[in-house]
Design a protein around this ligand. Sequence first.
Ligand code: SAH
Ligand code: SF4
Length: 366
Amino acid sequence: MSSSLLDLYGLTRAELGALVSGWEISPVHAARLWRYLYLDGATSWADLPELPARLRAKLETETTFGHLAITRETHSSDGFTRKYLLGLHDAHRIETVLMRFKGRTTACISSQVGCAMGCVFCATGQMGYTRHLTAGEIVSQAVHVDRVLRSTAVDAPALAEGDHVSPHHRHERLRNIVLMGMGEPLHNYDAVMKAVDILCDGTGMALGAKKITLSTVGVVPGIIRMTDEKRTMCLAVSLHGATQAERAALVPAARAWPLEALMEACRYYTEKMDRRIFFEWTLIEGKNDGPDQAHAVGALLKGMQAQVNLIPLNPTNGYTGAPSHTGAAKAFQEVLAGYGLPSTVRQRRGIDIGAGCGQLAVAEQA
Ligand code: SAH
Ligand code: SF4
């Protein structure tokens, strides 16, 4: 499919309205089209009935939507995780993960093809950077996961309290997104934020901004801009080292945005937004999982609105480190607790299909 076509999933509701009224067609039809895209799970032009013939003709010749074809789909052995390899119009591929656990459904979506940040233990970093995703390609991943959920009938008893089921269709809807797939979201700030705004539109997918978590390697100007724009999604910052030297050895981007400047930006965020930050820490055996490092994290974050998410290293081909043992993770948590810092150890779901944190990489061109 040609990239010269306008992607409908990259348009805000106002932009879609302007497009349709620019063709001198009533805004009523733009509103209907928006509903087809986000509420009715349309997948082809045939799914857009009741639109005037002239609008359909314009749409079919000048626009496209939903063109992320599933190139490959893998399910984890525990049944909680599905990984999708999705094809873009220019033959590049990205990975999107659907996680379902305890009645909570989360899509892990990508923001770039590859990543320029080069974190040594990350499969996407090992690939290098190819290009940014457009807002439409980011939105389409969430729409894809929502469509998967639509195609799965849900029995009432299987739903946990608070789960959202559309009154019109008995199916689960996507409620949670983590921007933790391939890429560094704050390196692609404008497209990511536009996608978030589209997904949060109350008349469309209607996701809550607070149900979206953006994870960053620590792009300082991006954190400051998010704060100034009062972006209310959850913020996760990948720390991994508590001194500049230790961090830079794992996260080369720390040379551009040193630890001191990062912490200053994080404090600016927590104070101005009055919200906490989730600090992510990949636990690598014998490297950054000892009591000294735990005390250094404690001293660094003490007094901040912060929670530490510990992620035992997921294996990747390009890095020889090993994940920490449960005992080391527990001891790390106890030290953090002594500094008044809450922490969690992230469940290693989906690692058997390469869908765990930092394992996303397009291994083959289909
Ligand atoms: N680029 C963003 C988001 C994508 S990575 C970022 O770096 O924050 C999401 C999280 O997975 C980050 O905390 C990242 O450091 C971590 N991660 C990367 N590779 C990993 C691996 N092999 N094992 C465990 N966690 C990993
Ligand atoms: Fe990029 Fe995040 Fe991977 Fe680092 S961990 S290389 S920032 S995707």
